[in-house]
Design a protein. Structure first.
Length: 362
């Protein structure tokens, strides 16, 4: 098993492991997943110069979206996403609770599991603040759609915080059922509603929602233009759209596409997590601009989410994590084995944790 590839990647893996208290054996479990790591010295301090809020000038075209990750048909992708979340949502909830998304941390913060759960709530709060969603009781949001709702953590949070009526959609029947059961159990049966539906063909009339919320679902969407069109279509006049998603880095003006080794890393991540082609934050901004949406803002929060994946890896390596993974099934195990690739992608500056928000004109 000890191929020259895995030997070469060992020192980098050890460095990642030491820095984040991840057993290095985990990072060498699947050398075939990790060849891009060879010959690199790894330092997980994410670049600080990209953090913070910025109004992004759309400079890259959406062309990169067609170059990476198109290895499945749309139907295969939808089926794979549904099966992945059907299989893995129970184990995730068991260990991590309601929210299937990153946490938002102060840079260099040490965090325990309870801190990670608090950081997940903080991500929601930071996103609401960034988007300018008001806490003013006279302007509280009334109707929200949770696009790619998981087991409904964001919806239940908003239903409690604002008294809003929330509609959640997911591709996973198990998630929709679980989200509804939790809403009933938490006394939100008349506030939060969940169904299986495709974000690219939402089962809602135009102009319905004060808040259109997509928390880490955009990366699964094979047609970003259609995705953004649908978000804008269902938003009420004056409504806010929030997209928190994984992007690849913006291309520089002299680049036409990502580098081959970057494409190769994304290809492996796409394979494991049922993702289609990625796009950049600038691509999203450009799409929103093309729809004449207002107050478009974007920020790179990669630095703020850096502790998240190492923590997920550590939680997978507990006895409970390992036995649950084995019980969950192959798609979940494959996803777990690909987690170091996300760490690597962030560290390379290739993967960006982006927030993009805007408002539909009145
Ligand atoms: C990483 S989970 C995020 C869940 C949730 N937003 C949260 O933060 O807890 C991604 C979610 O996107 C959903 N999803 C992916 N593609 C979708 C699509 N085309 N239509 C609807 N939901 C989709 C998945 O079913 C899953 O619920």
């Amino acid at each position: 098993m000890a191929t020259s590839k895995s030997n070469l990647s060992w020192s980098a893996n050890s460095s990642i492991a030491a820095k984040h208290s991840i057993p290095s054996s985990f990072l060498s479990l699947s050398p075939s997943l990790l060849p891009v790591r060879r010959r690199r010295r790894v330092n997980l301090n994410l670049r600080r110069d990209t953090a913070g809020s910025l109004r992004v000038k759309a400079m890259a075209t959406a062309a990169t979206a067609t170059e990476v990750g198109e290895m499945r048909t749309r139907e295969e992708l939808k089926k794979g996403i549904a099966e992945l979340y059907d299989e893995s949502s129970g184990i995730w909830e068991d260990i991590w609770g309601d929210h299937m998304h990153h946490g938002f941390y102060d840079p260099s913060q040490e965090a325990s599991l309870s801190h990670h759960k608090a950081a997940q709530i903080r991500l929601i709060e930071e996103a609401l603040r960034f988007a300018g969603v008001s806490d003013d009781p006279s302007r509280l949001l009334k109707r929200m759609v949770d696009v790619g709702c998981g087991i409904g953590g964001s919806s239940r949070y908003m239903a409690k915080k604002y008294g809003a009526t929330c509609q959640g959609i997911t591709l996973s029947p198990i998630q929709a059922q679980r989200a509804q059961a939790l809403a009933v159990a938490e006394g939100l049966a008349d506030k939060a509603f969940f169904q299986v539906a495709d974000a690219l063909e939402q089962p809602f009339p135009d102009g319905q929602f004060d808040l259109v919320w997509s928390m880490e679902s955009g990366e699964h969407m094979p047609d970003k233009r259609k995705f953004v069109n649908e978000l804008a279509r269902v938003a009420a006049p004056g409504g806010t759209i929030v997209i928190v998603t994984w992007c690849h880095r913006d291309l520089s003006p002299s680049e036409e596409s990502l580098k081959p080794k970057e494409k190769e890393l994304l290809r492996k991540i796409c394979d494991a997590y049922y993702l289609p082609a990625w796009c950049s934050t600038a691509d999203y901004v450009k799409l929103l601009e093309s729809l004449s949406l207002q107050d478009i803002k974007a920020a790179d929060w990669s630095e703020h989410v850096a502790p998240f994946w190492p923590a997920v890896i550590r939680s997978a390596l507990t006895w409970k994590g390992i036995t649950s993974l084995i019980r969950a099934g192959w798609k979940t195990i494959k996803g777990a084995l690909a987690m170091p690739l996300m760490v690597e992608g962030y560290k390379m500056g290739l993967i960006k944790f982006a927030i993009i928000t805007c408002r539909k004109s009145e």
